[in-house]
Design a protein around this ligand. Structure first.
Ligand code: M6R
Length: 364
């Protein structure tokens, strides 16, 4: 039931503080300040390579996880779209962990990739929202997200719950591999516990974002830029906008813009920049200057510090709470979801059932 909401997607966006908290409860021990994973009957510390495979939004969650696994656990990560992975004859060495991410647990390409990895001696971990799904049944390590049923075709709450589980998994892995101290683990648990409150704060900008959607709706093309762990969010923002508003959008790594897409920039192409303040911020500011010099219209999504430094001269800004860079991808998911949602509403499209799309892609 939609309750007081106009669409399931809107309801699901607003459920995120609750369902992410629900998901985190089963992966964190706040009192002990530890990450707690389900019983694992293999030696996780022996794993020296991770292969992540998924499709669509779940793939973007995997891209964020690659940053976390490499940063925390210092383990190399290979990631691919399931439809590519299956047919490229990937090199799978014994002792690897293959990690599949899926809301439905039934996506045909992801499931086929899982079976391929299983047949090739990989340990199978699955982050899945439907606990009775095929992927859940075939996993060695089942890591459920507790997002509840997701009805809107555009994935929202499943994504942030996937990120919550993946952050906990990366931290656990790092501890087991001796790459993370007890203090660092405690700090990560603390930052993750703050996520639901930060999601609420991000959601409080809903009305502002709804107004901003009128600036985006007339565009034919929109560019999303992000760096580091926020680069996948740029991809996710572009996918959300395409799916439900039918506006052509592309996500780019901020630093890649001058290698091609900058040719597209003019006053008709809004550029959405996802840039929390921090070590990567200055670099992104110079990318913004490049956009501005070509008449590009910028929407800057950042925290108070970032907006104070670079907000002037932007077409619009959205202020996010100041969060640890680790959890920024979870929080910055909210404004990109809301911007896509409200833009689709302005355009009058069928938000929950966009044309040509199915909730679960069970054909290859
Ligand atoms: O159920 P899955 O997570 O395996 O689905 C993967 C994609 O089909 C899905 O994320 C799709 O890209 C969504 N419509 C994105 O909003």
């Amino acid at each position: 039931e939609k309750g007081n909401y106009r669409h399931f997607m809107q309801k699901e966006i607003f459920e995120q503080p609750t369902v992410v908290a629900q998901t985190l409860r089963s992966y964190l021990r706040p009192v002990e300040q530890q990450v707690a994973l389900p019983q694992i009957d293999f030696d996780i510390s022996a794993i020296d390579r991770v292969t992540i495979v998924a499709c669509g939004t779940s793939y973007y969650a995997g891209l964020v996880a690659k940053y976390w696994f490499e940063r925390f656990a210092r383990v190399p990560v290979d990631i691919d779209y399931a439809s590519e992975f299956r047919y490229r004859d990937p090199v799978l060495q014994p002792g690897g962990l293959a990690l599949f991410i899926s809301q439905s647990g039934e996506t045909a390409d992801t499931l086929a990739a899982l079976r391929h990895c299983k047949a090739n001696g990989q340990t199978i971990a699955v982050v899945v929202n439907v606990p009775t799904s095929s992927m859940a049944r075939e996993a060695d390590l089942l890591l459920p997200t507790h997002a509840g049923p997701e009805i809107g075709v555009a994935s929202t709450k499943a994504f942030t719950c996937q990120l919550a589980v993946l952050a906990a998994l990366a931290a656990h892995f790092a501890v087991k591999k001796g790459q993370m101290s007890r203090e660092e683990e405690a700090a990560i648990v603390h930052h993750l516990m703050e996520v639901p409150a930060s999601l609420n704060e991000a959601l409080s900008h809903d009305a502002e974002i709804a107004a901003m959607a009128h600036l985006i709706a007339p565009a034919r093309d929109v560019l999303y830029l992000g760096r580091g762990p926020d680069y996948p969010l740029a991809l996710e923002g572009a996918l959300k906008l395409k799916e439900i508003s039918y506006i052509h959008a592309e996500g780019y790594a901020s630093g890649e813009m001058k290698h091609g897409p900058i040719a597209l920039i003019d006053e008709a192409v809004p550029v959405i920049v996802l840039a929390p303040s921090g070590p990567l911020f200055e670099k992104t500011v110079s990318n913004m200057e490049e956009v501005r010099a070509r008449g590009g219209k910028i929407v800057l999504i950042s925290d108070a510090e970032g907006l104070a430094e670079a907000g002037e001269g932007c077409m619009a800004t959205i202020e996010m709470p100041k969060v640890h860079p680790l959890i920024a991808p979870l929080v910055y998911a909210v404004p990109v979801q809301l911007l896509a949602y409200h833009t689709a509403c302005v355009k009058g499209t069928d938000v929950d059932q966009p044309r040509n799309l199915a909730k679960s892609v069970t054909v290859e």
